[in-house]
Design a protein around this ligand. Structure first.
Ligand code: C2E
Ligand code: CA
Ligand code: CA
Length: 398
């Protein structure tokens, strides 16, 4: 869409600023420009009978009567098709949180401009609108809802397979590990991701069968990789709920040894989706696993129940910083501080720091400069089947 075809609304209480933005828009070739002095007036403009759809609203934050945040909330609730450019003098951290809020409200945010506003910046954001296909209102992907019975049937039929995602040493660039992530190879629906089955299995305390199926296939893969001379450890996810069964550690150890694999080659990533209720048996299991040589990783560190308290009572060997911190840390100083201090803390506790959700070269470079040990994420590779992973190992060098 060309600038001349756009309908733009400027929402700004300061007359001078409002006129200035209007002039800039005209100089960019925009002709359909309307304005409002606060959020309430802006809503009136949008709701006016026979109003043309507003493509973009350029919106100040601090305004009398209805401020920019409230305006954005209304837009989100109305599922308005208007895209937004935020214009403000607020400090960066606050602007970043306003941006987050907009996304949470489902608003198509083109970007944020700090005042004083520059023509080039404005032009760039508007051209982004022109280029982007307008996203339809976010629809939650219609997940085929599986019942617990269907899932358990699939587990018993061994329809689940591990997919493998490499973990790479940030200093040497070598593949030093791999995480096994469960995929349901559904005979009708194709490859199903974990969100469709893990929660249900955990909530009903029936995840053990899947855990052991994954473990068996992961240790078989471990054998195969070692036979090919790849010195790679394999990480398997273990739900905290499984740890209440006092026999768990010995059963896990048995499976691994039966396959002729040394437990030192296996890392168990403990994912905690609920508060630990039966603490004593869980601690006993974890201590025994560690004693048998398994690596223990605290997964999703920093979120939910994966807390610092865990670090004090469990002999972890690895701290896995959750991807929600890593994903935007290149642009968000607060996240950067959290990631950096987590790495620092891991080192002081003498455990490995792993960052997941590494998606860009920039993420990689920053983690490397922070002294993080290991990286995992789409920047390196997405999870893949065993055949592809073996090929990946043969061809990879960073
Ligand atoms: P997780 O253990 O935190 O695994 C990382 C998830 O992030 C994986 O999702 C992986 O595909 C995804 N991921 C990896 N790199 C990137 C990246 O750069 N960007 C983004 N956006 N995502 C990335 P997946 O495979 O869908 O697994 C989701 C969760 O399901 C896992 O999170 C884990 O908690 C759970 N899960 C998977 N397999 C098992 C299992 O066998 N047992 C148990 N108990 N839980 C499992
Ligand atoms: Ca994990
Ligand atoms: Ca995670």
């Amino acid at each position: 869409m060309k600038a001349s075809e756009l309908n733009i609304l400027v929402v700004e209480d300061d007359d001078f600023q409002r006129r200035m933005v209007g002039n800039m828009l005209r100089s960019l070739g925009v002709t359909a420009i309307c304005d409002a002095g606060n959020g309430k007036q802006a809503l009136d403009v949008l709701h006016a009978a026979n109003a043309k759809t507003v493509d973009i609203a350029i919106c100040d934050m601090n305004m009398p009567e209805m401020d920019g945040m409230e305006f954005l909330r209304h837009l989100g609730q109305e599922k308005a098709a208007t895209s937004i450019i935020i214009l403000s003098t607020l400090d960066r951290a606050l602007l970043a949180s306003v941006a987050k809020m907009s996304l949470a409200y489902g608003i198509n945010l083109l970007g944020v401009i700090e005042k004083p506003i520059g023509l080039a910046q404005l032009e760039l954001l508007i051209s982004q609108y022109a280029r982007a296909e307008i996203k339809p209102q976010q629809t939650v992907a219609a997940a085929p809802g599986f019942s617990l019975e269907e899932i358990l049937f699939g587990v018993r039929e061994k329809q689940f397979e591990p997919f493998f995602q490499p973990k790479v040493d940030l200093k040497t660039g070598w593949v030093i590990g791999v995480e096994a992530l469960a995929r349901w190879m559904h005979p009708e629906h194709g490859v199903i991701a974990p969100y469709a089955f893990i929660n249900l299995l955990e909530q009903s305390s029936q995840i053990d069968e899947l855990t052991f199926l994954m473990l068996e296939k992961a240790v078989a893969a471990s054998r195969l990789l070692h036979d090919k001379d790849y010195a790679i450890s394999i990480s398997v996810n273990l739900s905290l709920t499984s740890l209440t069964d006092i026999t768990l550690a010995n059963r896990i150890t048995q499976v691994v040894r039966d396959a002729g694999v040394d437990p030192h080659q296996i890392v168990l990533e403990i994912t905690e989706s609920a508060a630990m209720t039966e603490v004593a048996p869980a601690l006993e299991n974890l201590a025994r696993l560690r004693m048998h040589g398994f690596g223990l990783s605290i997964d999703d560190y920093g979120t939910g129940y994966a807390s610092m308290q865990q670090l004090t009572r469990i002999a972890f060997s690895e701290l896995k910083i959750d991807q929600s911190f890593v994903k935007d840390f290149a642009t968000n100083p607060a996240l950067r501080i959290i990631v950096e201090s987590s790495i620092d803390m891991a080192h002081k506790l003498r455990v490995k720091s792993v960052a997941e959700g590494v998606e860009t070269q920039e993420d990689w470079d920053m983690l490397k400069s922070m002294g993080c040990d290991t990286a995992q994420g789409y920047f390196i590779a997405k999870p893949m089947n065993l055949t592809s992973f073996v090929e990946f190992c043969a061809g990879y060098s960073a």
